[in-house]
Design a protein around this ligand. Sequence first.
Ligand SMILES: Cc1cc2nc3c(=O)[nH]c(=O)nc-3n(C[C@H](O)[C@H](O)[C@H](O)COP(=O)(O)O)c2cc1C
Length: 175
Amino acid sequence: MANILIIFSTTDGHTIEICQEIQSILEQHGNAVDLISINEASQVDVMKYEKTVIGASIRYGKHSKSVVEFVQRHKKELEKIPTAFFSVNVVARKPNKDRPDNNPYMKKFLQQVAWEPDELEVFAGKIDYQKYRFIDRQMIRLIMYITKGPTDPKSVNDFTNWEQVRKFGEVINRM
Ligand SMILES: Cc1cc2nc3c(=O)[nH]c(=O)nc-3n(C[C@H](O)[C@H](O)[C@H](O)COP(=O)(O)O)c2cc1C
């Protein structure tokens, strides 16, 4: 049982849903979990926690700048406790881009921050066309067309493997 911090970076809310599933697994094991947005993370005392998890989604090829800055600012504290990081993106729906060692965004992020979390994971995200602004919807449809994904502007496409999410919750509980 531990005090666990989960920090999420999301634009459309899917990453927070993944975090909530992980939180629920961790709480079932008796852990105390605080789920905090990256936008409020500057007020958090990382040293209060025994484990930290960061989950961040990709938008136009990048994790949010705030996530990079948070890791860079707190690297020393994070290195003293067990940590996990996961990335959410739709490239990860492809079989050869679905793991930390072959997902391009994960590889780029780890290089950029020079941080070695104890556990890493990549989750395929969600495309819910009706949620996006016109320009974003058209851009994602184009990307989906090129990568042979769904292009129906009314469709909701959840590519997340929720069993994989629950398994990662168990991994974090054990780390
Ligand atoms: C405007 C926009 C840009 C995106 N850019 C990328 C991208 O470059 N690569 C990718 O793999 N996924 C991309 N995605 C997919 C998101 O990573 C996916 O929808 C994820 O579930 C979003 O999580 P969030 O709701 O927590 O922000 C993009 C989605 C949107 C709406």
